[in-house]
Design a binder for this molecule. Sequence first.
Ligand SMILES: [Zn+2]
Length: 570
Amino acid sequence: MAATAYTRRFVSADTDPADAAQLENYYRQLADRPIDNPAELEKWLLDFSELESVIDEYASRRYIDKSCHTDDAAIKKRYLHVVEVIAPKVKPLSDALKQKFLQSPHRASLTSTRHNILARNWQADVERFRPENVPLETAVDKLVTEYDEINGAMTIQFRGQELTLQQAARFLEDPDRPTRQQVWELTQQRRLVEREKIEALYDQLLPIRQKIAANVGLPDFRAFQWRANKRFEYTPDDCLRFADAVAETCMPLVHELDRQRRADLHLPALRPWDTAVDPQSRPPLRPFDPNDVDGFVSKTRQIFATLSPALASDFDQLKQHGNLDLQSRKGKQPGGYLMPLEESRQPFIFMNAAGVHRDAETLLHESGHAFHHLAAANEDLVFLRSAPMEFCEVASMSMELFGDAHLGVFYPPADAARAKRTHLEGIIRLLPWIATIDSFQHWIYTHPGHTRADRQQTWLALLERFSSKLDWTDFDDVRQSMWHRQTHLFHAPFYYIEYGIAQLGALQIWTKSLTDPRTALANYRSALTFGGGKTLPDLFTAAGIVFDFSAKTIAPLMKVIGEELERLQR
Ligand SMILES: [Zn+2]
């Protein structure tokens, strides 16, 4: 599909999105505009969407600039102006326009699925809003910031060097076992120093969250988060069924993988520092020369071209628009992300390629998100362009799995098989962790006033059910407080199962691609075009897969993965 130029019809070309007064003027115009029939309401929605796209793209570009140049004070200042001045100014103005739409007598005449979804989403936000919750949410933010500060300040001293815990984690892959053990112990000792503080902080968070839910008239904070996360199509029971299915169908594979690992490492028992090392002590995979990022891009493009010429041409658009910043360099923020630019309707990919296999996975993953945005670019309402998270990650996780069949562009066959095996193993090990974190929170928020001892007991029972049988001798205290490091529990309660739901979708697409790759890819691509204009189950159906997370769906997927792992040499 050729790139389309989207022209402004409402916001003038010389508008400065950093000028709050100019933006406010546009919001006022929309707030005051009389709407006398459904056609005028549609036109009004388009203008509202255009205004928000202009602001959104400006904000995204400031964020991208900041992450590419963390050491530039002027860039940081322009970014902070968006966060501290523009965003708080625009938020209530935007909310008022959503109210205006919901209250318009002509809304009932807009009966398309898209418009119904829009109304449902905005209605949920409006119904959830209580002015008395604003100071409570500020109190939560303050505690979460405190948690971040505790985490961010943790370092260890190792071989005369101060390492962050992320830097230290690299040594857990070291083939030398005493090195691994030493770094693991230093890391855990450092975490345990903060144990009391983090427990106390969580004890403070829970009653505030309970009050937030009570203010909206809901029985518990789980019911509140269900609405906040717009989970219209699945229930807490569905998530608990997911956990049961993982215990039943995924855990046998985990135990089998652990048995193989133990045998390969020639160990009587696995200890917590034996889980990240390559079991055959091979050097890390090197998919490309870190100084040749262009080569990395062209190899990845080759994968897309093999899958479908349309994907390759979508990928080319990113390069043509200057929307790839992949090379690791000084002054760049760590990590990787996909950022949609909503006015130009182009995606931007940011990452720090260093020549490791994770980079190849990351670029496939973020490209999946990019294909999603490009496929949905014809949706004129920015509010409907993005799918729910549970489906966005289907787009990206499927692309990682599609890519697995073509890793030969990076590796000789044995290494390609090893990379694929590591990927599938990672999926099998992630699903139980998702079940653990999710089930833990179901218990936490439906047992207000619980004691720390009860909480610990619940946590340990979940680990018993959903984790590897490691030898934890002498480290019970570490095991008891392992959840402290899962930032989602503090930042975004209940937000985690989304990855599990999406992974089940991606695995379904992948298993179909093993027998009929063309149809699997065609269904995948056609589902992406809907953006957020269909419900979650309908998006799954469009992709040729089922929206169900019970054993009925998971068991066959685990069977295929088990067979693939057996087929791929160790
Ligand atoms: Zn993603």
